[in-house]
Design a binder for this molecule. Structure first.
Ligand SMILES: Cc1ncc(COP(=O)(O)O)c(C=O)c1O
Length: 344
């Protein structure tokens, strides 16, 4: 009954983080300030959960569009940006999906669910992207869609805007610029939006991972067609109410993102001082490091009560690499202390 290729897949694994400092999933470590928490709870208490949510989410889309500086009709909302990736792969012409390697795994995974071929373009040793090579792969594979995570996950770097422009203007399929980590890079690409270029964003990394809300910005006509493959009521009523409320207090999250960026710089500089660690520059809310033996360091951190993401299993450019989410200052200090002790 179940397709053989689905049977052969490994389910998306989420590590058990019970009792550990959780630095494996690029979450914002800060909770809501007390006063905000209280008024948010009051807002939620007013939601009629016996009713289906607002299906069109016009008011919420308008708020998000205003913040992004685009028209309401250019915004599509999803249950996390993962769901939007699925909508894109469902609704676009069935050409190959081209992605850099390594990058965010869901582009490849969802393509496989939907039986779309995937071709990868290897990044350089410094995780640089060769736009020319990507365009050659697109032409050779008759690509229909390209995903570029800007900054990239799990490498943390942000490719030059020139490379993205080159791809945008020479690729005639759909280019998705995924800005999941945009709040930490402070570079956006909305000015590149065109018939074949869309920008994908999420609130997950900014502090609302539990709400599951992502959005796509594109030209209004394509967005209206993509809306046809959106599940009715895909964004639940509590998420809609929360997002609408929290968007009115957005400065809180911008301030938290600024703190995370400052911590990222501090932690990067501190890692650079530790012998035996290669640290890669990051424009995201996580840092990739390479060590002599990632398994040993991963286990050592876990023994010290810290959960990070071990990328070693992926191999290739990610051999002996760990991806560490930036946490609070105390959490980051705990990582640095544990790593320094392991490296002596
Ligand atoms: C590049 C990138 N895009 C999208 C996502 C998915 O985010 P969401 O929580 O909105 O589904 C992630 C999550 O890690 C990511 O790294």
């Amino acid at each position: 009954m179940i397709r053989n290729d689905i049977k052969a897949l490994t389910a998306y694994h989420v590590a058990d983080s019970g009792g550990l400092i959780k630095l494996d999933a690029m979450e914002n470590p800060f909770t809501l300030p007390d006063a905000l928490q209280k008024s948010w709870a009051e807002q939620l208490a007013q939601v009629d959960i016996n009713r289906y949510p607002d299906a069109d989410m016009l008011a919420l889309r308008k708020k998000i569009a205003t913040q992004a500086g685009v028209e309401t009709g250019q915004v599509l909302l999803g249950n996390g940006s993962d769901e939007i990736i699925q909508m894109l792969l469902l609704a676009t012409n069935p050409g190959t999906c081209v992605v850099p390697a390594p990058t965010f795994v869901m582009y490849d995974l969802i393509s496989h669910w939907l039986k779309r071929p995937v071709a990868t373009v290897p990044l350089g040793k410094d995780f640089s992207l060769n736009a020319e090579m990507l365009l050659q792969v697109c032409a050779r594979e008759k690509a229909g869609i390209v995903f570029l995570a800007c900054p990239n996950n799990p490498t943390g770097n942000l490719w030059p805007e020139e490379a993205i422009r080159q791809i945008a203007s020479n690729f005639n399929g759909l280019l998705i610029i995924d800005e999941a980590y945009g709040p930490f890079s402070e570079r956006t690409h909305t000015h590149l939006i065109a018939e074949n270029v869309m920008v994908l964003r999420t609130f997950s990394k900014l502090g609302w991972a539990g709400l599951r809300l992502g959005y796509l910005i594109g030209d209004a006509e394509s967005i209206s067609h993509l809306n046809k493959v959106r599940m009715p009521y895909n964004v639940n009523a509590l998420t809609q109410a929360s997002a609408s409320f929290l968007l009115d207090h957005f400065a809180v999250f911008e301030q938290q993102a600024a703190e995370i960026r400052a911590e990222r710089e501090r932690v990067t500089a501190a890692f650079a001082e530790v012998e035996g660690i290669q640290v890669f520059p990051s424009q995201a809310n996580f840092i990739l490091i390479r060590v002599a033996d990632a398994e040993v360091v991963f286990d050592g951190l876990k023994a010290a009560g810290i959960l990070v993401k071990n990328m070693n299993g992926v191999g290739g450019l990610l051999a002996e690499c760990l991806r560490i989410t930036i946490g609070t200052k105390d959490e980051n200090d705990a990582v640095l202390t544990a790593i320094r002790e392991m490296m002596v």
